[in-house]
Design a binder for this molecule. Sequence first.
Ligand SMILES: Cc1cc2nc3c(=O)[nH]c(=O)nc-3n(C[C@H](O)[C@H](O)[C@H](O)COP(=O)(O)OP(=O)(O)OC[C@H]3O[C@@H](n4cnc5c(N)ncnc54)[C@H](O)[C@@H]3O)c2cc1C
Length: 416
Amino acid sequence: MRYSGFKVIKEALTGHKGWQPAWRDPAPQPHYDIIVIGGGGHGLATAYYLARQFGQHRVAVLEKGWIGGGNVGRNTTIIRSNYLLDGNEPFYKFSMKLWEGLEQDFNFNAMVSQRGVLNLCHTDAQRDAMRRRGNAMRLNGVDAELLDTEGVRRMAPFLNFESARFPIKGGLLQRRGGTVRHDAVAWGYARGADARGVDIIQNCEVTGFRIENGRVKGVETTRGFIGAGKVGVAVAGSSSKVMGMAGMRLPIESHVLQAFVSEGLKPVLPGVITYGAGHFYVSQSDKGGLVFGGDIDGYNSYAQRGNLPVVEDVCEGGMSLMPMIGRARLLRMWGGIMDMSMDGSPIIDKTHVEGLYFNGGWCYGGFKATPASGWAFAHLLSTDTPHSTAKAYRFDRFLKGLMIDEKGMGAQPNLH
Ligand SMILES: Cc1cc2nc3c(=O)[nH]c(=O)nc-3n(C[C@H](O)[C@H](O)[C@H](O)COP(=O)(O)OP(=O)(O)OC[C@H]3O[C@@H](n4cnc5c(N)ncnc54)[C@H](O)[C@@H]3O)c2cc1C
């Protein structure tokens, strides 16, 4: 079923009887060519591109809960491609291009809104670093504009410019950055994959791998054994748990990241704004809520809820950037489990077990990567070679010291 304006009008006039479920609810088959574990954004995008781009139709996505219940439905919806390092920039540039054609591609309204991402700077040194990043982006063909204080004031006059400690000295603006309705991304990919024959199997937790003579034969699940030629793991915050079942210890830690949304307010924010003197990022949803967040909780956890010291820290950041936020009432807050890699960059790679592949380590930047990650993982699963934009995302970079340390924090996952 194709969605269109004409279809909406027809259904409105005929009692909405012609809508069909957006995806099927199939029982698992005994064997698939490829199984993708994890029905988050990355798993569903992988299945979609496997079918659409690489002609693989005997594919299943196994999800332990419901699709969209993980980080893909919990994030603060920011997309951008303002990276500095060569290992990252081509990949995120590719992702941004895919976002720009995504809704037409899978015929689903994901509310892709390129309203701009503005990173503020508060010291001369920070401005120099932003200039360098902006130049690197432009050398890679990505849009970047350096604004001075007056340029920022024209965009967002309500910010606290004259703060004695952290005056706003300018900002790096990527106009093509913005926000996307997060759960619609999961639904759009699910619908597109299902239409191409992919089985999306919810309430099906993978509990083990069957590995014989160094080769994966399938997975044990709460709905029985399912055989597979290849298995791709895309379970984000559960990466260490799931790969542990295959006997692998990953260079990844799991941490909680919290997000917050205020009551609906009149439009005030022009786009996404990030505070450079603390860790605070904020945008405004189409319903008017201020959607914001900050740092991860600094300890390892698999809980999908966080603690008060980080709430306080995030709110302090918000208050120093835009003091009027203190008048807004908080509507909701929640947490998601982040797969924090040692250098803050992801892994899309084969493992030493034949037929077993891994996608993870997205830290808190994996939503914006969803389309490129799905495409690159589908490429790897189909062709056994890495996609040209994801060649650097290998396990052995930690062995060889080829870290992609965008933040310059070293091997400290809690700081990335
Ligand atoms: C609060 C918050 C804010 C964020 N903000 C941003 C942002 O603004 N921009 C950005 O780019 N990124 C952001 N992120 C990060 C981004 O959401 C994640 O990096 C990304 O969504 C992870 O990939 P995913 O969508 O595939 O993960 P998920 O949606 O978590 O998918 C993984 C799935 O695997 C399933 N699973 C786990 N174990 C098993 C098993 N044994 N068997 C079967 N299924 C299993 C889980 O149930 C889950 O549905 C944020 C994250 C959080 C939590």
